[in-house]
Write a protein that binds this ligand. Sequence first.
Ligand code: FES
Length: 128
Amino acid sequence: MASDDWTKVCVASELTQDMPMAVSWEGVAVCIYRIGEKVFATADTCSHGNASLADGDIIGYEIECPFHQGRFDVRTGAATLLPCRLSIATFNALEKDGAIWLQNKNDDAPNKVSTTDAQASSPISEER
Ligand code: FES
């Protein structure tokens, strides 16, 4: 990659379709996802407890936490199902040259998604 803003975090073939995977990036535990033709990245730690989202299940564009089955939209970081209420950070991710790369959305890492914005755009539901 030409830009120093991007960091290679794994070989692309390591990231399996619909299987979340934890990586360490700039000292931050990040969970990366391959869903369809795209890759996504969020903080790996659930905002409700100390669970690794990489141990959860992908349902559509949501990651379901393994501890209490709360959910987040991996595209926005918004909490979408209780008991999760607070959003999680998201990061720009892409697949290129046989690798998965992450870029911070802003210059200051990690970039926390605004809880207010995330909740306003994605109401939390009690059940699915
Ligand atoms: S720790 Fe994730 S839903 Fe409770």
